[in-house]
Design a protein around this ligand. Sequence first.
Ligand code: AMP
Ligand code: MN
Ligand code: MN
Ligand code: MN
Length: 276
Amino acid sequence: MPRYDLHSHSTYSDGLLPPAAVVQRAAARGVDFYALTDHDDTGGLAEAAAAARETSLTFVPGAELSVSWETHTIHIIALQIDPANRVLDAGLAAIRSGRDARAHRIADSLAAAGIPGAYEGARKFVTSERLISRSHFARFLVDAGYAKETKDVFKRYLTQGKPGYVEHAWATLPQAVEWIHAAGGQAVVAHPGRYRVTATGMRRLLGQFRDAGGDGIEVLSASHTPAQFAEYAAYARTFGLLASTGSDYHGPGESWLDLGDLPALPAGVTPVWTKW
Ligand code: AMP
Ligand code: MN
Ligand code: MN
Ligand code: MN
């Protein structure tokens, strides 16, 4: 059975490895179908596609779009997109445009909690001029001794109710689906098990997503427990959504799972790749 890993990051967003290195690592780890899905940016896709041609894996161009839904930030994975599409490109530019001002507000919030210089500190970890994220703040906070590793950072900082968390308006759910479809891609709800919503909220989210034309959900994710694999397989069936799988790899030492480490999709779901 071919191995799929359809969610990962490079230095074009908050990953630690450049696109070619992530592709080579995926190939070396036995991944047959691999998607690079940087946050709100498709800048690394050409480099990744070129690197993939030197390996035996099949490259899938993707992205991970930031969306505001009710009071939550939701991530929507785009798969099999045309990176040159103008509608998607303009949409991603719009999402990214708020990030720098947000970063200043994050730094102000950390300063109020007694942590000065966070904006400049986070900037030192930025690897693409176009994108500053909470991951870069997390790396600064580890480097400055406020936490042992990035996973610990999010328990005390940068998340709702903690220093360094700020509200932000990303794209809307229908916009994200529309832009992805304009680029010929599939829209997939990333790591649904990570959102702090009730069962009713999850049904409302998936119902609205499906009604907006959304295609699938990640059933397998490094953010999910085995029990959640079964839970989201059931959601996929109930809502008539396709199933996807992805490690959400960010780089050595920063991820729960390495590339290609997830098991095969459970039986009874329709994989996203049946439509490719
Ligand atoms: P942003 O898009 O700027 O809000 O940054 C979100 C990124 O922060 C995610 O893509 C993850 O890479 C990272 N992140 C968020 N929450 C956590 C967490 N609990 N543990 C580790 N990384 C996280
Ligand atoms: Mn990330
Ligand atoms: Mn995500
Ligand atoms: Mn991700």
